[in-house]
Ligand binder design. Structure first.
Ligand code: ZN
Length: 86
């Protein structure tokens, strides 16, 4: 991910990113990083990026290409039907 869309909530263009390995300590405190079961590799978790809008604080998460490639076959991950008005 080298470029991003403006914030979907406020259309802000000041977007900041931080990368995480799932399971790591996140947010600089005692909150554990998010888990993405079965989307990491042997001995390591899935990589993901957190994007924060500096204008309104809206947060978006994106898992890595490697993690996305495992969704199809990973147990516990279900393909969702799309709404008819999507
Ligand atoms: Zn925003």
């Amino acid at each position: 991910m080298n470029d991003v869309r403006p914030c979907s909530e406020c259309k802000g263009t000041e977007i900041f990113r931080r990368r995480y390995l799932s399971g790591q300590k996140a947010l600089g405190g005692d909150i554990e990083g998010l888990g993405f079961p079965d989307l990491g590799g042997v001995g390591y978790g899935a990589m993901y990026s957190m994007l924060v809008c500096a204008t309104c604080g809206y947060v978006r998460l994106f898992v890595s290409d490697e993690a996305r490639s495992k969704l199809e076959d990973a147990p516990g991950w279900t393909r969702m039907p799309l709404r008819s008005d999507a």
